[in-house]
Design a protein around this ligand. Structure first.
Ligand code: ZN
Length: 285
């Protein structure tokens, strides 16, 4: 989906090296933004998230039917006929700053059920975060087919860890294989003897502070209003701040404090630009 988040592409390449033969249905492994991936440049690794616009903000039927055009929009139109046949979908991503691995889902209950099963089917359970979507556009997991309250198709998004780390690659493949196994596309294996170590890399580290398996719902989106936005310290995504009213950041004259006890910090952006999301706050369920 994002050209500079190559962990997902590597996971698919590894699965394709020895392709599973599903006993029923159809398995599609889709490299979404090929042009952005082709533009990846080690000297400027952050710059090819997309070519013209963020492909993960375009999944809206009205927009897809409109005259709006861009390189990413054309690719979305190419893929929609396939996406419209999908029963279960896993979208693979990684993050700019250090964070616990997490699964994001939209609010439809069937997605939460699927994400929870996927989170707990792994060697180390993943965090699950529910949110209402993105204010600047519709993500693939929020596409009507997956988020419609009366539908049956399900989707969730993996944030596999920090960009360009070995552990994000390992995590992407581990989660993809558990996802395939849980949907009958691979023979089921016990989680502990799965495939996460086949690269000879250690599984992603878990610490007391990373709260594996916790499920939380996003309640607030903190936007940086000034160029002077600064966190009190470099928080790690998935950290849980114990007490309501704890100061976590300053933004010009404003103080940003946690609104309730046990507040989870979701994907903090440690250097947000003005007008961009600095962090999302989530309540533990
Ligand atoms: Zn991404």
């Amino acid at each position: 989906m994002h050209g500079n988040e190559y962990a997902g592409a590597q996971a698919l390449a590894s699965i394709l090296a020895n392709p599973p033969s599903p006993p029923y249905g159809r398995l599609s492994l889709i490299f979404l933004n090929l042009d952005a991936y082709a533009a990846f440049d080690l000297r400027r690794p952050s710059q090819c998230r997309y070519i013209e616009e963020d492909m993960n903000r375009l999944w809206m039927p009205e927009l897809i039917r409109s005259e709006h055009t861009s390189l990413e929009m054309r690719r979305v139109r190419e893929l929609v006929p396939v996406i419209d046949t999908v029963d279960v979908l896993l979208d693979l991503h990684s993050m700019t700053w250090p964070s616990a691995t997490l699964l994001l889902t939209s609010m439809a209950e069937r997605n939460l059920v699927m994400a929870s099963a996927l989170a707990h089917g792994q060697p180390t359970p993943l965090q699950v975060v529910l949110d209402q979507g993105h204010p600047t556009g519709t993500r693939l997991i929020d596409y009507k087919r997956f988020s419609d309250p009366v539908g049956t198709a399900r989707a969730c998004l993996l944030e596999a860890g920090q960009h360009w780390t070995r552990s994000a690659v390992v995590q992407s493949e581990t989660t993809a294989r558990v996802f395939l196994a849980q949907n009958g596309m691979l023979p089921k294996e016990p989680a502990s003897s799965g495939t996460p170590r086949q690269h000879g890399a250690a599984p992603p580290a878990t610490t007391e502070a990373s709260h594996p398996g916790v499920c939380a719902m996003v309640t607030d989106c903190v936007e940086a209003h000034t160029a002077g936005f600064a966190f009190l310290r470099p928080f790690t995504g998935g950290e849980i701040i114990k007490h309501a009213g704890t100061l976590i950041a300053v933004d010009g004259m404003d103080e940003i404090r946690t609104p309730y006890d046990n507040c989870m910090l979701v994907i903090p952006n440690l250097r947000p630009r003005r007008g961009h999301t600095a962090v999302r706050l989530a309540r533990i369920l």
